[in-house]
Unconditional design. Structure first.
Length: 101
């Protein structure tokens, strides 16, 4: 049981880095540092967004659009991932260690 929780935590850590990379890419595109029309940028944006989009899509219905070029939903998703990892590390993992599961 503990190994499964630690595996999920590891997957969430990798996923949070993907979301952060997507946020940085959004900043760079929003401030016109990089051009989305370039093949390399479009390729990175497409394949970086593929694993993240299924969780961003429902959040876009909830999080209001602030009217800027920078999307705010990755921030919310990253905060949710951090909260889940923190709650697991604070409450779930110590109990599993204590009972030897």
């Amino acid at each position: 049981m503990l190994n499964a929780v630690l595996a999920v935590d590891f997957v969430l850590a990798i996923y949070s880095w993907l979301v952060f990379a997507l946020m940085v890419l959004g900043w760079l595109k929003g401030f016109n540092v990089i051009n989305d029309g370039t093949h390399g940028v479009a390729f990175i944006s497409k394949y970086l967004g593929m694993p993240v989009e299924p969780l961003l899509r429902p959040l876009r219905k909830i999080v209001p659009n602030v009217g800027t070029t920078i999307d705010g939903t990755p921030y919310v998703l990253l905060l949710i991932i951090i909260a889940v990892r923190y709650a697991a590390a604070l409450y779930l993992i110590p109990k599993l260690f204590r009972y030897g599961l």
